[in-house]
Design a binder for this molecule. Structure first.
Ligand code: BDR
Ligand code: CA
Length: 317
């Protein structure tokens, strides 16, 4: 079977780096480009990091297209230094990237690739959904040109991580997220329902030091910072596996359970801003969700199996 072409839309980001490494080490996937977005850091920092990650992973020919610097309809909430470091990668000093960003911006790159290969490309957004929303606004037929989207973001039946209501990627641009969840194409939502139930333990992180390749070396340098954030914020003795969940789902969907509901995003200014709301059984309010394609919402995960799969791929030379 030929490898599935994917574009990863990303804000690297420690867990973004892990997801990109995971995808590049997986022959089932063909990473045809990275697009960058503000989020864990300013977009220019995220672009530089994406290029460095590809250099380290042996993918210098893969294009990196820079995208949005700010959300559609609000100010950027600012970088998450306490989660990912000032440079977005745990403040590890890294070499300058080997090449310049792609001539197209992220939204136009996504449209170009989807148009060139109709029905083939899967978008894998693992940051705020601004670039994807912009691409849909520029090209309303984009969803029909995609194989689908597998995105990290949102929380259906659990609380948020960036506010009591909302998950960080969605809270960083709720208006964009509401546009994207309205796309008429298959969408898989890898939200906190499963990503916070997927734990890579401190012991497993320490074990990465025995892997002998440049991806694993960077992982050993950046993951302790991310683990310390989890420990100091009431998390597990390890890390929640957020962005890599999209890659695990693409490789091994049988390790997940799901339900199907259309989604709306709270775009108000109140305490619920950024909450992803599935239309479950409340028929009276269903008009607000009408005409939306049901989203596959992941609800349960075999954490041990998907973490073992990711570590197995990270160990590959
Ligand atoms: C998401 O927010 C970011 O900090 C991570 O990279 C991930 O994409 C988790 O809520
Ligand atoms: Ca991310």
């Amino acid at each position: 079977m030929s490898a599935r072409p994917i574009i990863i839309d990303t804000d690297p980001g420690i867990d973004d780096a892990m997801a990109i490494f995971y995808a590049l080490a997986s022959p089932e996937l063909d990473v045809i480009g990275l697009t960058t977005v503000f989020g864990n850091a300013h977009v220019d920092v995220c672009t530089t990091n994406a290029q460095r990650i590809l250099d380290i992973a042996g993918g210098p020919e893969i294009p990196v297209a820079q995208g949005a610097a700010r959300p559609l309809a609000m100010n950027y909430r600012g970088p998450s230094h306490f989660v990912h470091g000032v440079n977005g990668l745990a403040d590890v000093a890294l070499a300058a990237p080997s090449r310049a960003p792609h001539a197209l911006d992220a939204a136009h790159f996504i449209i170009q690739q989807a148009t060139a290969r109709p029905g083939e490309v899967t978008l894998v957004p693992i940051g705020p959904l601004t670039n994807v929303a912009l691409a849909m606004l520029l090209c309303p037929e984009l969803p029909s040109l995609l194989a689908g989207m597998v995105l990290m973001g949102g929380n259906a039946f659990v609380g948020g991580n960036a506010s009591p209501a909302a998950e960080a990627n969605i809270l960083n641009d709720p208006e964009a997220a509401d546009i994207v969840f309205g796309a008429d194409c298959p969408i898989v939502m890898c939200g906190l329902d499963v990503t916070e139930a997927t734990i890579m333990s401190s012991e497993q992180i320490a074990g990465i030091a025995s892997f002998d390749n440049p991806r694993a070396l960077l992982a050993t340098q950046i993951l302790p910072y991310y683990r310390d954030f989890h420990l100091s914020h009431g998390g597990p003795d390890g890390i929640h596996v957020h962005d890599s969940t999209c890659i695990s789902y693409l490789l091994a969907p049988h390790h997940y359970s799901s339900v199907q509901h259309p989604i709306r995003v709270d775009c108000g200014d109140g305490v619920g801003r950024g909450k992803t709301w599935p239309a479950t059984r409340h028929a009276l309010s269903a008009a607000l969700w009408a005409d939306r394609t049901p989203v596959t919402i992941l609800t349960e995960v075999n954490s041990a199996a998907v973490v073992a799969l990711e570590l197995d791929r990270l160990a590959r030379a």
